[in-house]
Design a protein around this ligand. Structure first.
Ligand code: UD1
Length: 422
């Protein structure tokens, strides 16, 4: 197993190029199942989660040629519609194959993803919506068995909660359904917008793209022909590098970024005293010596993303004053708190609210990564902690950050990947 060894206290400078968005690429890869023609995806992030989903496609019989940031996928040869536990248990987002497999083949089996470190994460809303589209669903032996032998029917879906994955699954299912589907209370994340654009490029009529009400005209099980697609920049990776600059009081440039997608993070960092120069696809952040504390509540896009909560908390640890951070999306997304406290942070947790008292300094220690974004928060804290911090269990980081240590090293951080002795 690998760990990261970081010597804190280095200022960062220079520029970092943002990779493609993992959370945009995953539904797009799943959506390729709606087609029986080859498609090329570019600007994929080179991360484990992408390789996991591509492996699932090959296990279903698809043909995949993957080369770091590009994948050629041909799903004309699918022979199985079973997404096995071995893959789904590695990555919950594998549930995204449920909608497209069911819509194209009329039946599928997908392992139940189960809970994960950040919370229970049920898929009840995905299943209920598919049932309203005529699917017959049974849970047996840890698998979701879904059947719609005559195809799915368009329906009016009202999500009780805004769900990113649920909206994506239903969008994909609706694209091949018979008739019109309306999704009310849909998620509006940029990743959803790109999925809609991909479906539109294949001739699917969708209205309301980027709003909370989507209307999709299905093709009645006619497979789609997609145009090749370049994945949008990763807004969470971009936000993480902005936080790296903020916590180290540095100025850095971000290249290949979409500033409009990270408005909520920019706003918080501006409030804390950072300044920005923003162009169409690049931006510069200048961070002051003294950061101000901040209050934030995570919410759905375009609000402050839960996937940036841990990183912003790491930055707030080094401010002069008290910050309040409220997590509204996931019940257990504060596991970085005790690890940040091991580095000398002063964070008090009550329910879904963290009160952060700024400290003068953090001190290097051994800490353990618990989930993807929590891991990046520990790396950020380590960049300013005095002495050496070892961040263990970084396989979480490898799931979602493309070459994190290489990019931080190029910005001037002292960071090394090492192997655990045992
Ligand atoms: C996606 C992102 C994840 C991000 C999250 C929220 C991907 C691959 N992952 O996850 O990084 O943190 O959005 O922005 O894009 N819920 C239910 N029932 C359901 C579905 C969801 O109760 O059937 C709840 C969840 O437990 C959670 C909330 O709804 O409390 C939002 O979850 P959701 O938007 O579905 O998250 P994911 O799509 O899993």
């Amino acid at each position: 197993m690998d760990y990261l060894q970081i010597e804190g206290g280095k200022q960062l400078s220079g520029s970092v190029t943002i990779s493609g968005a993992k959370n945009a690429a995953l539904p797009i890869i799943a959506a390729t199942l709606l087609s029986d023609k080859p498609i090329t995806l570019t600007n994929l992030p080179n991360v484990v989660d992408i390789r996991t989903l591509l492996k699932l496609l090959t296990m279903l019989g698809g043909s995949v040629e993957h080369n770091q940031t590009t994948a050629q996928i041909d799903n004309s040869t699918i022979t199985s519609t079973k997404a096995v536990y071995e893959i789904v248990s590695q990555m919950r987002a594998s549930i995204l194959v449920l909608g497209p497999l069911l819509a194209r083949f009329g039946e599928c089996e997908v392992s139940l993803p189960g809970g994960c470190a950040i919370g229970q994460r049920p898929i009840d809303l995905h299943l209920k919506a598919l049932e309203s589209m005529g699917a017959v669903i049974e849970i047996k032996g840890g698998y979701v068995h879904a059947m719609a032998p005559k195809g799915l029917k368009g329906a009016k879906i009202i999500f009780d909660k805004i769900t990113v994955g649920g909206t994506e699954n239903i969008l994909m299912a609706a694209a091949l359904a018979h008739g019109t589907t309306t999704i009310i209370n849909a998620a509006k994340e940029p990743e959803i917008v790109q999925l809609c654009e991909m479906l539109q490029s294949a001739g699917v009529t969708i209205s309301g793209v980027g709003t909370s009400e989507l209307t999709i005209e299905g093709t009645d099980q006619t497979p789609l022909s997609f145009e090749d697609i370049a994945i949008i920049p990763d807004r969470i990776e971009a936000g993480t590098y902005l936080c790296a600059a903020a916590i180290t009081h540095s100025s850095i440039d971000l290249e290949r970024v979409n500033p409009a997608h990270i408005r909520a993070t920019i706003d918080k960092l501006e409030f804390m005293g950072c300044t920005f120069e923003i162009e169409a696809e690049r931006m510069t952040i200048h961070a002051p010596k003294r950061l101000k504390p901040v209050n934030l509540t995570t919410t759905e896009y375009p609000g402050f993303p839960t996937d940036m909560q841990a990183q912003l908390m790491a930055v707030s640890v080094m401010t002069h004053g008290e910050s309040m951070i409220e997590e509204r999306l996931f019940e257990n997304r504060f596991m970085h708190v005790s690890e940040l406290n091991r580095l000398g942070a002063d964070i008090w947790l009550k329910g879904n609210i963290a009160a952060v008292k700024g400290v003068e300094a953090l001190y290097g220690a051994d800490v353990m990564a618990t989930d993807l974004r929590a891991s990046s928060a520990l790396v950020l804290a380590a960049l300013v902690a005095k002495g050496t911090t070892n961040v263990h269990r970084i396989y979480h980081l490898d799931r979602g950050y493309d070459n994190l240590e290489g990019k931080l090293l190029a910005l001037g951080a002292s960071i090394q990947r090492k192997q655990e002795a045992h």
